[in-house]
Design a protein around this ligand. Structure first.
Ligand code: PFF
Ligand code: NA
Length: 442
């Protein structure tokens, strides 16, 4: 077994984790879910879910990874005995499940950078979408997306993931700020922001049964929880980092970028009179492409916008590949590049159903919707539930000790965290599962 790598710097860990968190979940799902679920009222719900459930759960994943400095499967086994391996395995399965359609969307994004540069979708955005969204074009684009991610992961923690995300994450922030500042000057800015953020408490109350699981599922997805990612990334962190502070920085940055995404997307759509009515998997592409097709400097804007989305999606995909690669490097003698390539190949095959999915005429992308619903309502909550039960009730005080290492958090505060994990997070997830189950099957 080769000696295990670590992050070169604390900032390296932070940008990698923020890169993982900030992805299609922020730039695409968050604005549309907010708009569809009662605007600012949903944001409040989401903030509560992130603060009371997501943040403590993130710290729970950090604790497991840093305690053992092992991959996600073996770390649970080392701490709790072989049977707990299943928690790590569940995380890996959930992650692969999600990445199997996420990488197809990543491929679309790359395709749209090209389409913006050449103006290929300007005449007929709808026709362009059907041409590239499924079939050979989609498969090829998905392969390119995965190949880039594999290339980065193959170079290692410090030379690959850390170096890449140190460029990607600041670029995402700067370009998003620039896009946001520009979007606010558009004629549609006021209407767009009103649509995004005006609180519609009535619709929130009416749809509470789906809004609650949606907000909690969104909190998990956006923080990359329940996929083994944060356990794995924390396994490369040293004992002198403060996990609560790092976790706080990640949660706050991630939320701000989600809000910023709404500030970019909705003014652009409203300026062009495009209703963001559809929040399905292709909405971002259809609607934004239609806007760029008519805006002045649309080609440049399209390249920048889809470029940012691509950076965000890639920095997330690499974190998930790393989960599998770290498991394999800890357990075999094969080189990191071989293992990264192997993981990429498996994901390519798993992505084929989504890449071939033309959907029925009434509902584009039936597979996507199904994959996504299972992930949000079932796999993610279940996976995080297992982590939380383990950290809260099995590790218990050891988890508190690990959380406090390298931090100035008082013992009292750490106990508040433990009891939040044991009760609030646990009950929150059980409620989410019950409601999500209802919306899935009943
Ligand atoms: N946090 C990511 C996002 O919000 O887009 C979720 C994610 C998806 C991470 C897929 C990694 C991944 F491979
Ligand atoms: Na990302």
């Amino acid at each position: 077994m080769v000696e295990r790598e670590t992050w070169a710097t604390r900032v390296g860990f932070l940008v990698a984790a923020i890169g993982s968190a900030v992805g299609l979940g922020n730039l695409w799902q968050f604005p549309f879910k907010t708009a569809a679920n009662g605007g600012a009222a949903f944001v409040v719900f989401y903030l509560i879910a992130v603060t009371l459930i997501g943040f403590p759960a993130l710290l729970a994943e950090f604790v497991v990874g840093r305690r053992t400095h092992r991959n996600v499967v073996d770390s649970f086994a080392e701490l709790g005995g072989p049977a707990w391996r299943v928690v790590g395995a569940m995380g890996m399965v959930t992650g692969f499940w999600i990445l199997s359609y996420y990488d197809v969307v990543g491929g679309w994004v790359l395709r749209y950078i090209l389409g913006s540069a050449t103006g290929a979708y300007f005449d007929d955005p709808g026709a362009y979408l059907s041409a590239v969204a499924s079939g050979p074009e989609a498969i090829a684009a998905q392969a390119v997306f995965l190949a880039i991610a594999v290339g980065i992961v193959a170079m290692g923690i410090e030379d690959g993931i850390e170096k890449a995300t140190k460029v990607m994450v600041p670029s995402i922030v700067v370009l998003m700020l620039a896009l946001g500042a520009w979007a606010l000057t558009l004629g549609g800015a006021a209407d767009g922001l009103a649509y995004f953020l005006s609180p519609d408490v009535g619709s929130l109350v009416e749809n509470a049964g789906t809004v609650i699981p949606d907000a909690v599922g969104q909190a998990f997805f956006t923080l990359s929880l329940g996929m083994g990612i944060m356990v794995t990334y924390a396994s490369y962190v040293g004992e002198d980092d403060s996990l609560p502070v790092d976790g706080g920085v990640i949660v706050v940055s991630n939320t701000l970028i989600g809000v910023l995404a709404g500030v970019v997307v909705f003014p652009i759509l409203f300026a062009e009179g495009i209703g963001p009515a559809d929040s399905g998997p292709t909405a971002l592409f259809e609607a934004m492409a239609a806007a760029f097709a008519t805006l002045p400097a649309g080609r440049l804007l399209g390249v920048v916008f889809f470029g940012v989305v691509a950076l965000a999606a890639l920095s997330s995909a690499i974190s998930l590949l790393e989960v599998a690669v770290s498991y394999a490097t800890d357990n075999t003698d094969a080189s990191r590049s071989t293992l990264a390539l192997g993981a990429g190949a498996i994901l390519f095959v798993l992505g084929l159903p989504s890449a071939l999915d033309t959907g029925d005429p009434g509902g584009f992308s039936a597979w996507f919707v199904w994959f996504d619903a299972i992930a949000y309502n079932l796999l993610l909550p279940l996976s995080v539930l297992l982590v939380v039960v383990f950290v809260g009730w099995v590790l218990g005080r050891d988890a508190v000790a690990e959380l406090r290492a390298g931090s100035t958090a008082s013992g009292g505060l750490a106990m508040v965290w433990l009891w939040t994990v044991r009760l609030v997070v646990l009950l929150g997830i059980v409620a989410t599962l019950a409601l999500g189950f209802e919306s899935l099957f009943l």
